[in-house]
Design a protein around this ligand. Structure first.
Ligand SMILES: Nc1ncnc2c1ncn2[C@@H]1O[C@H](COP(=O)(O)OP(=O)(O)OP(=O)(O)O)[C@@H](O)[C@H]1O
Ligand SMILES: [Mg+2]
Length: 307
């Protein structure tokens, strides 16, 4: 399916969306940016006719996704926020883990998965993943969990702790009271803040989030959505965010990928307005709710059309 088939609900194209930063630049930096912009940039992620069959050739062989094709372009100074929705079992996690290069989803059975123009051969530091389940190390404090990736990279203790404390603060935890806590001493929302901090501290250019807020209560979820939007604007990364919540998909996304049930195919790529107000305020507005209903109708029609 190509971009012409996108159903544009509202809003601007990603290319035209406002920048939130207004950083003064020297003329040298500006010249560099112009020359970078004029060079062709490889796509951030590209799927070409990607099919994944688990246990091929066996009795329990199962095709989870079929002929999935999409491109996420590299837009200078901003990352695109892609939300992925679809019925349970349609292959959303399979798509994310193929981008991450994690087995057994990687390698695909057919087709090609490319990141920054190169075929994915396994996990890499350009990609970071946040899962629904809380994935911190139980025997490490918040500080050591957040600093873990830097420790693996050989960053010296003082530097990694300084960076980790900064990150703990950025995700809205209290450095003084929370840094020495263990995961079992944290609420679900706090644990997901730690998981986000652990991923972002490594500055991945692609952030893969698999239902990260699925287990949170509605109020905490809204706070986490605001937090994520703020952090994403800062890091300018490309985000793939799987959710079952259409409201969340519309609020967070620049584009929403709608997948069909098994075998999962990519039915639509729908542009949605970028979040420009706090979640609780924006999600209450009529225009926003109309967009949610519109997307819901599209998904329902697509599902009915397949029966
Ligand atoms: N390692 C595996 N071996 C065999 N089958 C698998 C494996 N992983 C996933 N599957 C199957 O592939 C299909 C897609 O799974 P996937 O986890 O990608 O779906 P999903 O859309 O993320 O579902 P959910 O919304 O419930 O998380 C499912 O039918 C699942 O049983
Ligand atoms: Mg899943």
């Amino acid at each position: 399916m190509d971009s012409q088939e996108n159903n544009k609900l509202e809003g601007k194209t990603p290319e035209a969306k406002d920048k939130t930063k207004d950083t003064p630049q020297s003329s040298i930096a500006a010249t560099q940016k112009i020359s970078q912009a004029s060079q062709p940039r490889p796509a951030v992620v590209e799927f070409k006719d990607v099919t994944k069959t688990y246990n091929p050739g066996r009795k329990n062989s199962y095709t989870a996704i079929k002929d999935v094709t999409f491109v996420v372009e590299d837009i200078p100074d901003m990352g695109e926020f892609i939300t992925v929705v679809g019925p349970s079992g349609c292959g959303k996690s399979t798509v994310l883990r193929l981008i991450a290069g994690l087995s057994p989803q990687h390698p695909p059975t057919n087709g090609e998965v490319k990141v920054f123009g190169l075929p994915v051969t396994g996990p890499g530091s350009d990609r970071g993943m946040v899962f629904q389940s809380y994935t911190s190390f139980d025997n490490r404090t918040v500080l050591d969990n957040v600093a873990f990736g830097l420790e693996c990279r050989g960053v010296k203790r003082k530097e990694r702790y300084d960076l980790a404390r900064h990150m703990i603060h950025r995700v809205g935890l209290d450095v003084d009271t929370d840094q020495y806590k263990y995961p079992h001493e944290l609420s679900g929302g706090m644990r997901q803040r730690v998981a986000i901090a652990r991923t972002l501290i490594l500055k991945p250019r692609i952030i893969l989030m698999d239902e990260p807020f699925g287990a949170l209560d509605p109020t905490t979820r809204l706070h986490m959505q605001d937090l994520l939007v703020g952090l994403w604007r800062e890091v300018e990364a490309t985000v793939f965010f799987v959710t079952h919540d259409i409201t969340e998909a519309v609020y967070l996304g620049d584009r929403c990928f709608v997948m069909s049930s098994a075998p999962g195919t990519l039915l639509r790529k729908i542009e949605v307005p970028r979040p420009d107000r706090p979640a609780a305020a924006m999600q209450r507005e009529k225009d926003f709710q109309d967009t949610v209903y519109e997307l819901r109708d599209i998904i329902e029609n697509l599902e009915e059309g397949r029966d």
